[in-house]
Design a binder for this molecule. Structure first.
Ligand SMILES: [Zn+2]
Length: 132
């Protein structure tokens, strides 16, 4: 085994901060006198910097990630959140469709005094909701 063969693994260890001061001095002395190992030292340093500064890869499906992280006991809550999210999405679509309908109407028929008819929906008073 050449001195270079012995030093190369130490270069990675040095860049990972895993070497003692004595070992650092040994690697440093070799790298300063060996252009081949100096090039390896520079290349590994560049790779490590690139890996450190690279943006994290976002999860493919955030909800799946959250679901896996949550205990089985919390799955009911997650299902509820999913349903609420779907409901919000459909409400957004309804509002967008209503806005388009309103935009199509001639300006004269749209006035503040025009009563808006809302579908009859059972309304719950706030006292029917219980805070947990
Ligand atoms: Zn060398």
């Amino acid at each position: 085994m050449t001195e270079c063969d012995a030093i190369r693994p130490q270069i990675t260890a040095l860049l990972d901060g895993e070497l003692s001061l004595a070992a650092i001095a040994e690697v440093d002395a070799h790298v300063n006198g060996c252009t081949a190992c100096a090039a390896v030292y520079a290349d590994i340093g560049i790779l490590k910097t690139a890996a450190r500064t690279a943006a994290p890869i976002p999860p493919v499906d955030l909800w799946t990630g959250i679901g896996e992280a949550i205990d089985e006991a919390d799955h009911d809550m997650l299902d509820t959140m999913r349903l609420l999210r779907q409901e919000m999405q459909s409400l957004r679509e309804e509002v967008a469709a209503l806005r388009q309908e309103l935009a199509k109407r001639p300006a004269s028929t749209v006035s503040r005094s025009t009563p808006i008819s809302l579908p009859d929906a059972p309304r719950k008073s706030m006292s029917q909701y219980r805070l947990v």
